[in-house]
Ligand binder design. Structure first.
Ligand SMILES: NC(=O)c1ccc[n+]([C@@H]2O[C@H](COP(=O)([O-])OP(=O)(O)OC[C@H]3O[C@@H](n4cnc5c(N)ncnc54)[C@H](O)[C@@H]3O)[C@@H](O)[C@H]2O)c1
Length: 267
């Protein structure tokens, strides 16, 4: 049990990666604080968690929400061992020249607020609690931060920013808090939405039929499996746990071998 006696906060955990990771952490002995902006998702998943856990509405772009969440954690547990950041939205993989400039302007603010500022504010607000317990911060970037065509320019820029933020926060928070990240390539049961700026906030990645996504992914990744959110659980749980005594400032690229090839030979 990697997370016995650990209290772990997961942001953006109403569906997809965050939910899978929260369930995995719980199975590894953690008490979990599951937060998301989408209250209907929290109501839907409530039965998966117990009385010792907390499910809280929290918009990570709002300082007041984050502080309220912290207050609940202090009152109920008096401690926090790890924060796992998993929220995000996508840009619909749109080339920038297919949009007009005002839409691009608006979409930039929307994505950077959720995908970057949300992680930065969360880190700032929970750092003192984490420091008290020699805790861990685990952030979510993407293979989009390493190679083109993992998203459009704005999504890719947000994920590159998180990759750099992991390094800088590991430096600023050392030696008290270990800061690491995970860069997934694809998540089978994701609900990842697009931005309001492009009217894509009702379109989800899960609307892509799984078979079509799997076929595409199989044709380009080495392991030829489309992982589910819980498949990422072990990596996050290890980085969040006190078992990790050896890594800070690093991002684990969990990509099924996607980036480990130049596309010359068909498998
Ligand atoms: N889906 C993929 O293939 C993929 C690949 C690489 C990386 N990622 C990253 O994984 C993370 C999780 O995405 P997912 O695919 O599980 O999508 P998801 O939509 O299922 O989960 C993201 C959650 O973030 C929440 N959220 C959005 N804005 C928020 C805010 N302001 N405050 C709090 N919560 C907010 C959403 O309500 C949602 O529940 C994201 O950072 C995404 O960029 C996803």
């Amino acid at each position: 049990m990697l997370l016995q006696n650990h209290t772990v906060l997961i942001t953006g955990a109403g569906s997809g990666l965050g939910l899978g990771v929260a369930k995995y952490c719980k199975a590894q002995g953690a008490t979990v604080i599951v937060t998301d902006i989408a209250t209907e998702k929290l109501a839907y998943i409530a039965a998966d968690f117990g009385e010792q856990d907390l499910l809280l509405a929290c918009d990570v772009t709002k300082i007041t929400d984050l502080e309220l969440c912290k207050q609940h954690i202090v009152e109920k547990y008096g401690r926090l061992d790890a924060v796992i950041g998993a929220q995000g939205i996508f840009d619909g993989n749109r080339p920038i020249l297919t949009m007009n400039a005002p839409d691009l302007d608006q979409m930039f603010d929307e994505l950077f607020h959720i995908n970057v500022k949300g992680y930065l504010l969360t880190a700032h607000i929970f750092a003192d609690l984490l420091k008290q317990n020699h805790g861990a911060l685990v952030l979510t970037t993407s293979t989009a931060a390493y190679a083109a065509d993992g998203g459009g320019a704005v999504y890719t820029a947000t994920k590159g920013a998180i990759r750099s933020l992991i390094q800088q926060l590991a430096f600023e928070f050392a030696p008290h808090i270990r800061v690491n990240g995970v860069a997934p390539a694809a998540i089978g049961n994701s609900q990842l939405k697009g931005p309001k700026a492009l009217n894509l906030d009702n379109e989800k990645q899960s609307d892509i039929p799984k078979d079509a996504f799997l076929n595409l992914f199989q044709s380009i990744s080495l392991l030829q499996q489309l992982p589910d959110a819980t498949d990422y659980g072990e990596i996050y749980a290890f980085l969040a746990s006190k078992q990790n005594k050896i890594m800070t400032g690093q991002t684990i690229v969990a990509d099924q071998g996607l980036l480990n090839r130049a596309v010359l030979t068909q498998h």
